[in-house]
Design a protein around this ligand. Sequence first.
Ligand code: PHE
Length: 370
Amino acid sequence: MAYTVSKLTDYSAEALEKAAAGCVRACADEAAAVRNDAELKAFRDRWLGRKSGVLTQINDLWLKGAPKDAKREAGILVNELKARIQELVDGAQVSGSGDDADEQRVDISLPGVRRPIGAEHPVIKTTNEMVRVFQKLGYSVADGPVVETDYYNFEALNFPPNHPARDTQDTLFIAGQQSKPQRERLLLRTHTSPVQIRTMETMRPPIRIVIPGTVHRNDPPDASHSPMFHQIEGLAVDTNITFGDLKGTLDHAMKEFFGSSVKTSFRPSFFPFTEPSAEMFVSCFICGGSGKRGNDPCRPCKQTGWIEILGCGMVDPNVFEFVKDNAYDPKRVSGFAFGMGADRIALLKYGVDDLQLFFNGDVRFLGQFA
Ligand code: PHE
């Protein structure tokens, strides 16, 4: 028989408990018996219906009818009861009863549930393509922590403590590190170069590695900056590695990546961990190096016909000194390193004019790269 709310005459704690328990039991039984959506709705209305649902009746019959001195107790109990009933109603589900009548309601001609297929993010896609170019040259992939120590991010890369070159990196430091010795203090790595040291500590020469990863700098977000961005680093160490190897490797890699018609150009630069250092430009793959698109100026290369792609150089002997114990004797080995911004390359490659579009997670934008 369906549960009905009866008037309470006995307001002793015992009687109240009993009435409440009976009510909860009835509700749970009814919840378990729900077999289809129509019954679920009827069940819900019967218990929660505003006008004459069971809870409303309980309010009227148990609470309003309570003698003065029992009002408080009854109020607390009814509140608990309401919460419990609400839970039961919310938790009620159409049970697969195996009933033939129910099964026939499944319309197998309806289209199935379509799950949207995920795709690589354009920056990750660009990174993977670039990594692949180096893998084909025999490089393997290495990685390291994003929260790094001062030692790996700076000191072992030949940025001495307090050296002004550190200022170029706009570092985000982890708070509360002042009590530690400087080299142990934590920060968000500002470049992927610390992984050069970490890898040389564990792998003896010869090595050839590419290091994709996120880095952080204290740059406010705008169309071309982001406090988090992506780099792809490379390191090759062996005996007799020369600047010619660096140029040949990178020229080949750029032709693989951007197309065989691009040219490369190296201009002197400075990084504490490479000597000599250079910036490498590729001929603008948008205007073909002319600086013009029809009669209009080419914006990506600022009409110069060249686009800066990466920083590079020969590993500074001072860097090898930090990993000398693992067979990196600067008198015996030499190497080159390079680092590029994956986000910038993706912007250029896809002709996107605002870096923020890569990071604010709008699927309408990201879906275009699937
Ligand atoms: N780490 C440098 C940067 O973030 C790039 C670089 C890497 C330069 C390797 C030379 C060699 O600016």
